[in-house]
Design a protein around this ligand. Structure first.
Ligand code: ATP
Ligand code: MG
Ligand code: MG
Length: 551
């Protein structure tokens, strides 16, 4: 499928046409140290779509070279999320399965005089590295003999040293204008149990060394990564070349996706989870794939959103309203339109016969007649929204107030006759009369009313919990632009979740997790897959309707 043109696709076309490549292999390489977020979705969709377009392959590779932060829980969630987004990987790989080969390649570098064991501490290495304007200095250990380096590296592997006591560095150029080439560390000691290799290793390759080797081992042709790795590209190429890898992957950078009103780094998301700001990685307020899914986003909406963004060469923040737009678009014709009352107010229709219940026909989706109709009960007592009644309304308020007549969606006109209050003066019940002539669908044109209210039949309605969401992070927090002395946590929206208890139509008592509805005037909702039980329906607000409705 041809979506739109982009610069990475053009590189692939050129490579195929010039004969530089005869096939395309991409990969999605998450580190299993957290759950995937919408930024990762962008990368997944880009990698899989591009390969698809050229009948190529895409691997899912876990970049699990850091035993300290990684966990099998994250591996499983990542697999689930990629599948849910609609993709099937060709190969499923773990970078940790290449540790033997990586070790051998490091030994090869030592033998070629291109790597050495350094005893400097991490701090000293940083000091010796120099700055953008000042060249680095050689480590006093830089000129160790090949034999000594081989022996020391072997001892590092054998566990003879403590964490941080020694590292292996590539021997490149301490005065290179590119700081990444000033003898980067390629192996470090970490006495830690790895989720895949257990205690087999106590030395681990650094990302910058491991990544190009992983790509080359798998025969990846185009290694797509985010812009912050641009300065590492010369090192990437150096490693592929000097480690004598047969396959020559090409690194290509693109701009990271950021979305307003949220944070997008795993470190921050983890902090929100661990410090209890949210209820887990899949909290519907999180920008994680699992959070968006639980909130009610569809994979299709996320794919359409990411594709519409195209591929940029620089980082940029996208308005969260754009993401919302795509889920509305996707659900518009699919979601059943029904009535839910989030803050109930009882209405008694005093001239309606006491024991009568009639079934009224309602369209399931006026924009999609194929969805048919349903029958909803109507009787003497109903619930409307508290917000749809005002005792002393301002001008241009067309909903219910004493003496005013409104239309009940799919039912009749009712007129407010009396307001019942409790001892404290709170409105607890409204008494209305209805006009049988005005029944919906009968073509009544006798008179017009301006307000249409939604409602549910009080006797048959099903109680439901509504979880109303606002953005997790307040507007002011543009990532990296946090005011001095504050952290992003100071911008967490204290009202990001509001729980309301109300009612839905009786025919909704058998809904299933992830069923999606549009509640008239409120927006789109998803049946929460975790907290919904037999007697307790929980609906998550996916997105409100575009507000055409003004007081
Ligand atoms: P974070 O900084 O949020 O932890 P990461 O880049 O460290 O993300 P990885 O697991 O290393 O996360 O990323 C896997 C892939 O997803 C990488 O190729 C990375 O470039 C890509 N990716 C991560 N975040 C984004 C983003 N915001 N936009 C586009 N691609 C992203
Ligand atoms: Mg990372
Ligand atoms: Mg990162």
């Amino acid at each position: 499928m041809d979506h739109t043109s982009n610069f990475i696709k053009n590189i692939m076309i050129d490579d195929l046409e010039s004969g530089k490549r005869d096939h395309i292999v991409t990969r999605f390489p998450p580190e299993p140290n957290g759950y995937l977020h919408i930024g990762h979705a962008k990368s997944i969709i880009l990698n899989f779509d591009l390969a698809d377009e050229f009948n190529g392959k895409t691997n899912l590779r876990f970049d699990d070279t850091n035993p300290l932060k990684e966990d099998i829980e994250f591996v499983n969630s990542i697999k689930e999320d990629v599948k849910w987004l609609g993709y099937e990987w060709d190969g499923l790989f773990f970078a940790s399965n290449y540790f033997d080969e990586m070790y051998d390649r490091a030994v090869l570098l030592i033998k070629k005089g291109l790597a050495y064991v350094d005893d400097l501490s991490a701090d000293e290495i940083r000091q010796y590295r120099g700055t953008l304007t000042e060249p680095g200095k050689n480590s006093p250990y830089r000129d160790r003999s090949i034999e000594e380096n081989l022996e020391l590296f072997e001892k590092m592997r054998a566990g003879d040293y403590q964490n941080g006591e020694k590292v292996l560095r590539a021997k490149i150029d301490m005065s290179s204008p590119n700081i990444n080439l000033r003898d980067p560390v390629i192996y470090r000691i970490a006495h830690a149990t790895h989720h895949n290799t257990g205690d087999k290793w106590c030395i681990y390759p650094m990302y910058a060394f491991a990544h190009p080797l992983e790509d080359a081992i798998e025969g990846v042709t185009h290694s797509i990564c985010t812009i912050e790795f641009e300065d590492q590209r010369p090192l990437y190429n150096w490693i592929v070349e000097h480690c004598e890898m047969e396959s020559q992957p090409q690194q290509i950078e693109f701009g990271r996706l950021n979305v307003t009103n949220t944070v997008m780094s795993k470190r921050k998301l983890k902090q929100l989870v661990e410090e209890g700001f949210v209820d887990g990685w899949d909290d519907p307020r999180m920008p994680t794939i699992s959070g968006l899914r639980r909130k009610g986003y569809t994979a299709e909406a996320i794919r359409n959103f990411c594709r519409a963004l195209g591929v940029q060469k620089s980082n940029g923040a996208v308005d969260s309203q754009m993401l919302e737009h795509y889920v509305r678009e996707d659900l518009k014709l699919k979601a059943l339109r029904t009535m839910g009352i989030v803050k109930p107010l009882k209405v008694v229709i005093t001239n309606y016969p006491e024991d009568q219940v009639e079934m009224l026909e309602a369209e399931n989706n006026p924009e999609n007649p194929e969805m048919g109709t349903r029958l909803i009960p109507f009787s003497r007592e109903i619930y409307i929204e508290q917000d749809d009644f005002m005792e002393n309304p301002p001008k241009k308020y067309f909903r219910l107030f004493p003496g005013n007549e409104v239309r009940l969606k799919h039912a009749y006109f009712i007129k407010c006759e009396e307001v019942i209050k409790d001892e404290d003066g709170n409105v607890v019940e409204i008494h209305c009369t209805y006009d049988p002539e005005t029944k919906s669908g009968t073509g009544f044109t006798g008179r017009k009313v301006k307000g249409t209210l939604h409602w549910v039949d009080a006797k048959n309605a099903v109680p439901a919990e509504f979880r109303m969401y606002e953005p997790l992070v307040l507007d002011e927090e543009e990532e990296n632009e946090v005011e001095e002395g504050k952290t992003f946590l100071d911008y967490v929206n204290p009202n990001s979740l509001q729980v309301l208890n109300g009612f839905v139509e009786p025919n909704m008592k058998d809904v299933k997790p992830h069923d999606k509805f549009q509640f008239f005037r409120h927006g789109y909702f998803n049946v929460d897959p975790k907290d919904t039980t037999e007697g307790n329906l929980v609906f998550n607000l996916i997105v409100s309707l575009k507000s055409s409705f003004k007081l």
